[in-house]
Unconditional design. Structure first.
Length: 477
C-alpha cells in the first residue's frame, strides 16, 4: 500500500491542476518557442565552397535572431491546444488502467479481506474520477486551454552553433525539443550556387516553407538575407516590416516608440506592422518626430534632416577659473567656456580639485553670462592652505638662492677678462689660456643660471597665485 501511495502521488504531481473531481485545467507549460538550424548538405560544390554548408545556416540564424518573440497563430493555437488535451487524455487513460488493475488485483489477490476491500474501494473511486476527467477533457475546446499569445524565442545551438545535418526532421526536432527546425542543401550549378532552405514545424508535422535562390558565389550574403526575410513569416508568426532611419549625424539619438535604438543611422528589423513613432534628438535642438504606418515586408527608409537652431551662446565662468564643465554628465571643456543656449533644461556641473562641485540648471532663458564662485572643500581645508603656502615659500627660497649664482659667475668672468687683457702681449706669463677658458665658462654659466633663476621666479609667482586663490576661497567662503 505504501508503494502504491507513493507511485500515485508521483503521477498526480505531474498532472494538470484539478478544480474538482470532474474538471481539469490544461495549460501550456513551455516557456520558450525553440528553433534550431542544421548544417546544410553540400552537393557537388568545389572544395573552396564546402564552407557554405556551415556559413549559410549561421548567417540565417544571425539574421533571424533579431526576432525576439514568436506570435502563436490561430492555427497553431488550435493544433497545440488539441495536442495538449490529447496528451492529458492519454495520461488520464493510464491512470484509469492503473486503477482497474489495482481493483482487479484486489478481487483475485490473497490476504486480509478487509484490506482488499479497502483497496477495491479506493480503486473504484479512482476509476470514477478518471472517467469523469476523461469525459471532461473530451468535451474541452481549444479555447479552454491556457496558451500565451506570444513566446520568447530561444535559439537551440549544437556544435559551433549548429545542429548536425538533418536527415529526418521529425526525429531531430523531437530529440532537441524544437518547435521549428531549419535545414537545407547547397548545390553548384556551373558557376552559380543553388541555395535551398527548408523549415519543418514540429507542431504541424510537416514542412511549412521551402525557400531557394540561385546566385553567383559573390552574391551569397544577399541571397541569404532574402531567404531569411521569407522565413521570418514562420519564425515571427506575424506580419513584419523594417524601418531604417538616416540622419547623417552620429551624435543624433534615435528613438522608436520611446525606445532608444541607436545613433545617427540605424535599421530596426522585423517590427510589428502598424503605426510607429520615430523620434530623433540632438543636444541643443527640439526633437524631430515622425509617425509612420508599416506594412507587411515593407522596408521603410526615413531620411530625417535635423534642423539647426541659431542661438546666442551662454558663457560660463568660475572663480577660480579652470573648472571642468559637464553638461548632462558629458564633459564639454573648462571655464571660462561658451556653449550653445539649450532649447530645454540642461544640468550643468562644475568640478575643480580642492573645491566643492557647483551645480545649476541651464535653460533657454538663462543670462548670457553665468559666474559661479567655487567653495573650497571643508575636508582638510587648513592643511591644503598650509600646503599651498609651503609650496610658495619653497619656490621663493629656491629663487632667492639662485639669484647670487649669476652674479658670482659674471664677476668671475669680469675678473678673468681683466687679467687676460692685462697680460696681452706678455708671452712669458704661463696659464693665459686657462684664464681665457675659465672666463668663457663663467660667462656661459652665468647666462644659464639667469635662465634657471627666471624659471624659478615663474614657479614662485605661480605658487603665489595658487596660494592667494586658495586663501581667498578659504577666508571668504
Amino acid at each position: 500500500m505504501r508503494k502504491t501511495a507513493v507511485l500515485a502521488f508521483a503521477v498526480v504531481s505531474l498532472l494538470p491542476v484539478y478544480a474538482d473531481a470532474g474538471t481539469v485545467t490544461v495549460r501550456d507549460a513551455r516557456e520558450f518557442w525553440r528553433i534550431g538550424f542544421g548544417v546544410f548538405d553540400v552537393d557537388g560544390a568545389a572544395s573552396e565552397f564546402a564552407f557554405l554548408g556551415r556559413s549559410v545556416p549561421l548567417l540565417l540564424r544571425e539574421r533571424l535572431s533579431e526576432i525576439n518573440a514568436h506570435a502563436i497563430t490561430p492555427a497553431e493555437r488550435e493544433t497545440y491546444a488539441r495536442s495538449l488535451i490529447d496528451a492529458e487524455i492519454v495520461r488520464e487513460g493510464r491512470r484509469l488502467t492503473d486503477a482497474v488493475q489495482r481493483r482487479d488485483g484486489a478481487y483475485f489477490g490473497t490476504g486480509d479481506e478487509a484490506a482488499r476491500e479497502r483497496t477495491r474501494s479506493a480503486a473504484r473511486e479512482d476509476i470514477r474520477a478518471a472517467r469523469e476527467r476523461i469525459a471532461f477533457l473530451e468535451e474541452m475546446s481549444s479555447d479552454d486551454v491556457e496558451i500565451p499569445s506570444t513566446k520568447p524565442i530561444r535559439m537551440v545551438q549544437g556544435e559551433s552553433g549548429l545542429l548536425p545535418a538533418v536527415v529526418f526532421p521529425e526525429r531531430t526536432s523531437r530529440e532537441h525539443d524544437l518547435d521549428l527546425i531549419v535545414f537545407g542543401t547547397i548545390e553548384m550549378l556551373g558557376e552559380y550556387v543553388f541555395v535551398d532552405a527548408t523549415a519543418y514545424s514540429t507542431l504541424a508535422g510537416k514542412v511549412v516553407a521551402s525557400e531557394y535562390d540561385v546566385v553567383l558565389p559573390t552574391e551569397i550574403e544577399d541571397a541569404v538575407a532574402d531567404i531569411a526575410d521569407r522565413l521570418a513569416d514562420f519564425v515571427a508568426g506575424r506580419d513584419w516590416g523594417d524601418i531604417a532611419v538616416r540622419t547623417g549625424d552620429r551624435s543624433v539619438r534615435i528613438f522608436l516608440n520611446d525606445r532608444h535604438v541607436g545613433y545617427g543611422d540605424t535599421t530596426v528589423r522585423f517590427l510589428e506592422t502598424g503605426s510607429h513613432t520615430v523620434r530623433i534628438v540632438n543636444h541643443g535642438s527640439p526633437a524631430v518626430v515622425r509617425t509612420v504606418t508599416l506594412h507587411h515586408r515593407e522596408k521603410l527608409v526615413l531620411d530625417l534632416e535635423y534642423p539647426t537652431v541659431a542661438a546666442d551662446p551662454v558663457t560660463i565662468e568660475s572663480i577660480p577659473p579652470g573648472a571642468s564643465v559637464y553638461q548632462n554628465a558629458v564633459y564639454v571643456g573648462v571655464t571660462p567656456i561658451a556653449i550653445p543656449t539649450p532649447w530645454k533644461v540642461d544640468h550643468i556641473r562644475l568640478t575643480n580639485e580642492g573645491y566643492r562641485d557647483s551645480q545649476f540648471l541651464l535653460t533657454p532663458d538663462s543670462p548670457a553670462t553665468i559666474s559661479r564662485a567655487l567653495t573650497i572643500d571643508d575636508f582638510d581645508a587648513e592643511q591644503r592652505l598650509t600646503d599651498r603656502r609651503n609650496a610658495f615659500y619653497r619656490s621663493l627660497g629656491h629663487f632667492v638662492l639662485s639669484v647670487p649664482v649669476p652674479i658670482v659667475l659674471f664677476g668671475v668672468y669680469r675678473d678673468n677678462l681683466t687679467v687676460f687683457s692685462a697680460t696681452e702681449g706678455i708671452q712669458t706669463i704661463s696659464g693665459r689660456e686657462d684664464i681665457a677658458r675659465t672666463g668663457l665658462t663663467a660667462y656661459y654659466g652665468g647666462w644659464v643660471s639667469v635662465g634657471v633663476s627666471g624659471a624659478l621666479l615663474f614657479r614662485a609667482v605661480r605658487d603665489l597665485v595658487r596660494y592667494i586663490s586658495v586663501g581667498e576661497a578659504y577666508h571668504f567662503e
